[in-house]
Design a protein around this ligand. Sequence first.
Ligand SMILES: [Zn+2]
Length: 307
Amino acid sequence: MTFMELLIKFPTEKDIVDYYVHIRYGDRPVCNHCGSIKVYQRKNNVKVFDCNDCHNTFSPFAGTIFEKSSTDLRKWMYAIHMFLNGKKGISGLQLQREIGVTYKTAWRMLQQIRLAMGNADNQEFFDTIVEIDETYVGGKPRKSNEHDDNTPKGTGTGAKRGRGTDKTPVVGMVDRNNKKVFARIAMPNGEGKKLTARQLMDILKVVSKQENNNTIMTDEFRGYDPLTKNNFVHLRVDHTKAFSDNNGTHTNNIESFWATLKRGVYGIYHHISIEYMQRYIDEFCFRYNNRDNDMFNLVLKQSVLVG
Ligand SMILES: [Zn+2]
């Protein structure tokens, strides 16, 4: 879709407000103060609604990624479209040129879109068999002898794996059954430390209903020891012997996600500060988890950040 085609689909900003209202509220918008459906869109300012019951004035974009933006909504929709359809996303510089905004605005728009991508409900994540692994992202560029994607883990020096380096530890998991991925920075507030058992368990609490007795497959990292104590069925794969045991114990799915993530991060973005690292990880998780879904509408749905 070109920008011209988007303008044919959404000739005015009102068309987008109507489209967005439908996605956010269903049939009718609801007053965010009293809950009444007797609300009316202003003719001269289509982003503003008035409530007939309590005389509240509100915007359907309150509490969303669009809230503080004065950028034309058609530019927003085109930005989302391009970001999702470019296989590698789109850079702030490209977006700036395409829709005619400043670089600062373009950069902020992309960060807001990533924020929506990460705004997913992960409550039902854990299903049956889950592979867990951790990786290390960012920091200094890798030297040519550090092929940590190809070198069997646990061999050679510990530094190969990245544990204890200045990179940022990221814990990730893939559910074998629903093929969903979830990944979190282990320590948003500091770099250069090893992943600890407590950090691992904190991340697991987000996505796991512990009474389910999930089966978890990991490598031999000692940090995973607490899994056994916390009612998980814990199977370990020994990477020094083979990449996969004969009994199906392996972590190949999450490892292949790491490869995609690293290709994306190192290929597109030269440096990501730890402050924004989670948003980029969320972007790649969203793309992986929703490759068969209508990602455009899903981003709009997840653009509501509160309430
Ligand atoms: Zn009201």
